[in-house]
Design a protein around this ligand. Structure first.
Ligand code: F0G
Length: 458
């Protein structure tokens, strides 16, 4: 087999800025050792997120000029609505400015005190929106997904027995919906199998509870199904996507991922009454139902992006290029969450810097070191993001895993950029025993990882 190449050529380029190690040391200090507070122009390779960082295609940019900016009933809305309906089969399509806006509307309507939302793993904004409504977000990830070194095909699967037991325990009236996050971002970008989606749907139907997909990375999930699940090898990815959505009664979507745009999202529903109430909130918080939180040109770009994401040459390249990074790191002995996810490689900081305990934030220490070494920006997904202080005991409760995510923007970096990243990670790995932990200097009450400031421990 020949090399799997980037299935595009480059028409427009954006320079990246080189800095010295001394400059980066000062930049880190000024940013409170939090990569979210570093200016993007001071970053050489930005692996902070794959969200909103995609390179749009010539056709998407052309669509931007075609955008119909009418307040009501814009042509671009209908193109967008048709694309989403065609893909998801869902009836009511509500555009929002990004994924969390869809989550906010949904959980304002179905959440509230006394309610529970089970999910394979809630992403941070989903959890925050569930909790903000007064409801409880419950992660019921399959045991395989909790073992970072285990190699298995579908480590994003929800634990079906635990879900069944949970519904029996709380009662169906306390559970307004079940959610599945595809792929499971907070659990390493791992896919959920069709079998697991189907079985979750069966439990949902039995209990008369709707099933929702957090669909940000639906195409990557579908392509993993094609590659790994029996019976799907010869099924076009578009049909796999359609089958995935056929089990869903609704979805939230951040178009900033698998719709290949820089901004956008939607809420899609089958329940007419819920859709009416969602649109009422949309009008107050986002905008009129035919544009939501978006410009007409954004709706055009999403419609086009949803088409391009299903290109199997693209998906082959996408999953292969992430796996390439993972394989090179594993070969050098760097502990990562295995197997590689769809959109990112997650370094396992627990094994990488075992001398730094969770309350000294090992993941954050690695994040800082990667920036120091190579101007690479990554993000901690561990006790900074998910750790907390127990209100009753005042004790620190660490996150289940201490990960450092290297998220790969779509269609942005070439193999030589990734080779450079590999060199820098390996260099940091070789000096890991000298790395020290951090303490928090200041933090916000919610989603603290975005704004917290840290100081290195002596
Ligand atoms: N759900 C998942 C699984 C996500 O990964 C994200 C965003 C959201 C919902 C919220 O979407 O950002 O459009 O409001 N994830 C980004 C990330 C921020 O870096 O993983 P949003």
């Amino acid at each position: 087999m020949k090399t799997i190449i980037e299935p595009f050529k480059i028409k427009s380029v954006e320079p990246i800025k080189f800095t010295t190690r001394e400059q980066r040391e000062r930049i880190l200090l000024e940013a409170g050792y939090n990569p979210f507070l570093i200016r993007a122009e001071d970053v050489l390779i930005d692996l902070l997120t794959d969200s909103g960082t995609s390179a749009m295609s010539a056709k998407q940019w052309a669509g931007m000029m075609e955008g119909d900016e009418s307040y009501a009933g814009a042509r671009s809305f209908f193109r967008f609505e048709t694309a989403v309906k065609e893909l998801t089969g869902l009836r009511y399509i509500i555009p929002t400015h990004q994924g969390r806006a869809a989550e906010k509307i949904l959980f304002t309507l179905v959440g509230g005190k006394g309610k529970f939302i089970p999910n394979n793993t809630h992403f941070d904004t989903t959890r925050a929106n569930v909790e903000f409504s007064g409801a409880v977000a419950v992660d019921l990830l399959n045991a395989q997904g909790k073992d970072p070194s285990l190699i298995a095909d579908f480590k994003g699967n929800i634990d079906l027995a635990a879900l069944d037991a949970f519904i029996k325990d709380k009662g169906r009236d306390a559970i307004p919906l079940i959610m599945l996050t595809v792929t499971n971002n907070a659990g390493g970008g791992q896919p959920v199998s069709m079998e697991n989606i189907r079985a979750t749907k069966a439990i949902a139907v039995k209990n008369k509870i709707p099933l929702f997909l957090d669909a940000c990375r639906f195409a990557e999930n579908a392509f993993f199904i094609k590659q790994r699940e029996a019976g799907y090898r010869d099924v076009p990815v578009r049909d796999i996507v359609k089958e995935m959505f056929s089990y869903a009664d609704g979805c939230t979507m951040s178009a900033k991922k698998d719709a290949l745009v820089n901004m956008g999202g939607f809420l899609a529903l089958n329940d007419e009454d819920l859709a009416t109430r969602a649109r009422n909130i949309l009008i107050v918080t986002e905008g009129f139902p035919t544009y939501g939180g978006l410009a007409g040109r954004d709706l055009e770009a999403i419609a086009q992006g949803l088409e391009e994401i299903l290109d199997e040459h693209y998906l082959t390249y996408r999953l292969r290029s992430v796996a390439y990074l993972g394989e090179k790191l594993v070969a050098a002995g760097v502990p990562i969450l295995e197997p590689p996810g769809g959109h990112a490689i997650y370094l396992d900081a627990k094994r990488l810097v075992p001398h730094i305990p969770p309350h000294e934030f090992p993941g954050q220490a690695v994040v800082c070191e990667l920036y120091r070494t190579g101007g690479i920006r990554s993000v901690e997904i561990g006790s900074v993001m998910f750790g907390r202080t127990d209100a009753a005991t005042g004790k620190f409760v660490p996150a289940q895993m201490e990960l450092v995510r290297l998220a790969i923007p779509r269609r942005v970096y070439t193999q030589s950029h990734i080779d450079y990243v590999i060199e820098c990670v390996i260099e940091s790995f070789q000096t890991r025993s000298q790395l020290k932990g951090l303490s928090i200097v200041s933090e916000a009450p919610m989603l603290r990882h975005f704004t917290a400031r840290f100081a290195p421990l002596p």
